[in-house]
Design a protein around this ligand. Structure first.
Ligand code: GRF
Length: 191
């Protein structure tokens, strides 16, 4: 069984969806560690509650991104991690990190990439007036919100949608999609 880490900086609702799917044996892999760059992240509470080890890495303790990611790589090696699942991790990974886990880092983005990159994708889509947006899961490369798309689902923006309702609908879609894609990815890696 492949082993993976989830990286999260905040709420961790996608982490929770993954934990719930694991409990139901819907993901053929083992979540062995949750990594955060934010000791206040609610994602850490979720991990602790599920009995999953956590690693907190304080960005201020390192001279640069490369040094920080080196420390994370060391931790991941100790946990024998095969692949990495980014779930609301608000940091750009160093080229070193991407190279170490080349084609083994997944990210979820709340828009249809390459549209609406960045940290405010739902709001940007909503205010731009597009008639649909969606969710993308992709492999991470050296560029931000970039890399081979492995799954994409569209969602129509309804006339009655407010930013709040659209956010809720996007998150629901993410929570349905991500555990499935993680499972599919883990099974492919195991072949
Ligand atoms: C999600 O919308 C994800 O697409 C984006 O960051 C958000 C994280 O939410 N990358 P959560 O922490 O999983 O609740």
């Amino acid at each position: 069984m492949k082993r993976f880490a989830v990286f999260a900086s905040g709420n961790g609702s996608n982490l929770q969806a993954i934990i719930d799917a694991l409990k139901k044996k819907k993901i053929a892999a083992e979540l062995c560690v949750v990594v955060s760059d934010n000791k206040e992240a609610f994602a850490l509470t979720r991990a602790l509650k599920a009995g999953i080890p956590t690693v907190v890495v304080d960005p201020k303790a390192f001279k640069d991104r490369t040094a920080m990611d080196r420390a994370i790589i060391k931790e991941l090696k100790a946990f024998h991690v095969d692949f990495v699942v980014l779930a609301g991790y608000m940091r750009i990974l160093s080229p070193d990190f991407v190279k170490t886990f080349r084609h083994k880092i997944l990210n979820i983005h709340p828009a249809l990439l390459p549209s609406f990159k960045g940290a405010h994708a739902i709001k940007d889509a909503f205010t731009s007036g597009v008639s649909s947006t969606g969710v993308t899961v992709h492999l991470v490369d050296e560029k931000v919100d970039h890399g081979p798309v492995i799954a994409q689902e569209a969602l129509k923006i309804k006339k009655a949608d407010t930013l709040k309702t659209l956010e809720a609908r996007i998150h629901r879609l993410e929570h349905a999609m991500y555990p499935k894609i993680v499972d599919r990815f883990a099974r492919k890696l195991s072949l």
